[in-house]
Write a protein that binds this ligand. Structure first.
Ligand code: AKB
Length: 323
């Protein structure tokens, strides 16, 4: 990757990936795009353009003028929000992916697609979920993720496009809040631990989902995109995860640093049903073997870092987090 275009740059991943890529590849070589300009490092720390991803003409024009050789396509609507608007979210998630792939094909650029644990469903083996297995998701978000995975395979097979991708678990971070996901509770809990000393979880106790801390996710994207192509047997949609936990375990980890922290539950049936349809723990052996996936943070290391960072930011951190 030398000249990189990132879509969805204001989102939870983009807000951290853009500065990370600029640091590594040079600020002038990373074009951040998003539907609107938000003051801050993404729009002010290097080139930035407004882009609606389904507008193929504008997309392709930007790629040409910037000389893009790699597209990191992050724009999308997360799982719970997508359930509230299946048609609109399909348009953005599947239509946007198709439009972005077409632009990458026209320009011969490498392409990164973030799939998700949502690409699995209730008939998938939930423990040690294999890299290649049953994928019959029951959410519109998951259906669009499987579509994206298959489109990436297709563009590689048909056009030789250098498509690559990861199946992200829930991502935990402190720079930008996630919005409308099912795994978001695992971010909210840290903010509320600091500001309130307690948290009411919308996910039921005992519900295990795969998770990863953002620094490990950023490193995984770059490692995969820089991997020797001949080593990539699967190429797209690698299972990646650093830990699997349920809400009570995060609470216990927080209590090691904030002993008075309390958790209770007001389960949201929509998000609980989505969580219950996803795997409990992924098998990530293909990612480890083919391109050296090696996450560093476990639950306690992540908790320590999250609490420190949020405490440093002060009591207003995380306002507006709830979906
Ligand atoms: C969500 O909860 O929708 C996302 C995901 C796992 O893809 N964090």
């Amino acid at each position: 990757m030398k000249r990189i275009l990132v879509t969805g740059s204001n989102g939870q991943i983009g807000a951290e990936l853009v500065p990370y890529l600029r640091e590594r590849y040079g600020a002038e070589n990373v074009l951040a795009t998003a539907r609107r300009r938000v003051p801050g490092p993404v729009s002010e720390g290097g080139p930035f353009e407004i882009l609606e991803v389904r507008d193929g003409r504008a997309f392709s024009g930007l790629m040409g003028s910037f000389g893009v050789d790699a597209v990191i396509h992050l724009a999308g609507v997360l799982s719970a929000r997508a359930e509230a608007d299946p048609q609109g979210s399909w348009d953005v998630n599947a239509g946007g992916c198709f439009a972005a792939l077409e632009c990458a094909r026209e320009r011969g650029a490498a392409f990164f697609f973030p799939s998700s644990i949502a690409a699995f469903g209730p008939s998938t083996p939930p423990d040690g979920t294999p890299q290649v297995t049953i994928q019959r998701p029951t959410t519109i978000y998951g259906v669009a993720k499987v579509t994206g995975e298959l489109l990436c395979d297709y563009y590689h097979l048909k056009y030789g496009l250098d498509t690559r991708g990861l199946r992200f678990p829930g991502l935990i971070s402190y720079e930008a809040p996630p919005g409308g996901g099912t795994t978001d509770y695992a971010v909210h809990i840290y903010y509320e631990a600091v500001s309130q000393g307690r948290y009411t979880s919308y996910i039921a106790p005992g519900t295990f989902m795969d998770m990863m801390y953002m620094p490990d996710a950023l490193e995984a994207v770059v490692r995969l995109m820089e991997a020797e192509p001949s080593k990539l047997v699967h190429r797209n949609a690698y299972n990646v995860s650093a830990m699997s936990f349920e809400p009570g375990q995060v609470a216990a980890s927080i209590r090691k640093r904030i002993p008075s922290f309390e958790i209770d539950y007001a389960v949201d049936p929509v998000r609980q049903a989505i969580a219950a349809s996803w795997p409990r723990s992924l098998d990530c052996s293909a990612a480890r073997a083919e391109w050296g996936f090696a996450p560093k943070y476990d639950l306690d290391a992540m908790t320590t870092d999250m609490l420190e960072k949020i405490q440093k930011r002060g009591p207003t951190a995380g306002s507006g987090l709830h979906f």
